[in-house]
Design a protein around this ligand. Sequence first.
Ligand SMILES: C[S@@+](CC[C@H](N)C(=O)[O-])C[C@H]1O[C@@H](n2cnc3c(N)ncnc32)[C@H](O)[C@@H]1O
Length: 402
Amino acid sequence: MRLHRNLVFAVVDCLQLIFNKGEYADKQLRKTLKLDKRWGSRDRGFIAETVYDIVRWQRLYAKIGDAHKPYKQEDLFRMFAVWATLKGIKLAQWPQFHNTPTRRIKGRFDELSKIRKYKASIPDWLDELGLTELGNLWEEEIYAQNETAPVILRANQLLTNRSELIKSLANENIYAHPVKGLQDAVRLKERADVFKTETFKKGWFEVQDSSSQQVTELLSPEPGQRIVDTCAGAGGKTLHIASLMQNKGQIISLDIYKKKLVELKRRARRAKAFNIETRHIDNNKVIKKLHGSADAVLIDAPCSGLGVLRRNPDAKWKLKPDFITKIQQTQQELLQAYSKLLKPKGTLVYATCSILPSENTKQVQTFLTSEAGQGFKLIEDRSILTHQTGQDGFYMAKLKKV
Ligand SMILES: C[S@@+](CC[C@H](N)C(=O)[O-])C[C@H]1O[C@@H](n2cnc3c(N)ncnc32)[C@H](O)[C@@H]1O
């Protein structure tokens, strides 16, 4: 592989903004990729993969390349040189790469790979927390969180079915196969920019990991029901619920951020999902009005996101221990408050994309032993770990109001 100067500079500039200015990796990358219209899909792929790799392995590469924050341009070039050397890519004869100690890089890599926090490239506090919470499952799990995630789509039953979707994508030279154990999931054979396809424009699918699809299947929405998606965000799960309800019945999608609900509405129009009403939680009355009214309630709670580091590697550097403590309080408050929305015999699903028991099983246990949880029974729960399943790390619990 030959390194192209403008692509490598684009990577370094993008990393500078992510590491030093705290920009979100996905947002910054989207901006970077718009900088030069002449870049083809290979060029864009190179920039995206390299930026994500260096974000993912920041601690390890910085240690090997002796780079210190805030990174100067030469630090970032050294980190890039570490990345290229470990990938077996020949460095170009540019001044930025003069005297790169290729052998030493490989030696340092071997040495540091014996220490988990470097090998996994994570902050010390996260390594300690993971070990406390997950014990001997932690090591394999955090390594699995550094792998690249597959692209999984969900066929929109309102407009198509899984086999039609696979055919339609194949007509656009994108190859996919069904995911076992799920009704609508398909896995791409290779990463592709699916958002540019006609199949996407027609509303035939959403990008959604298998674990996330499992959450809605566990909720088992039925046509004609009244379902409240309490933490709907931009609607990943709302749209899946709508697809399973065949546009019959009512979905009320709530969030504390109006902007996310606007995006949800836009996506619902493309998916031809017509039974969704969004409500912005801007005061207590919004929730009170819904007390005792739902057949099923989904709490897809805000969480640490430690189950989806494969997709958001920069969360390793943005997360802070006190955020996790705060979010745990919020999770319990949401269980206490939103469980009140159910009718008798209603179904409650609590889910997170975290792998920490303190955000998952422990929250449900605390709820069940609290006053608000007295009328509830745990029917089933699943803790999904990436190293065991290849799926995003998730937790989901189904409870019944008895
Ligand atoms: C895990 S995300 C939801 C993802 C979404 N359900 C999906 O499938 O795409 C959690 C959401 O909870 C929202 N949230 C945070 N605090 C909340 C609260 N007190 N009540 C309702 N939603 C809240 C956040 O804005 C965020 O959109």
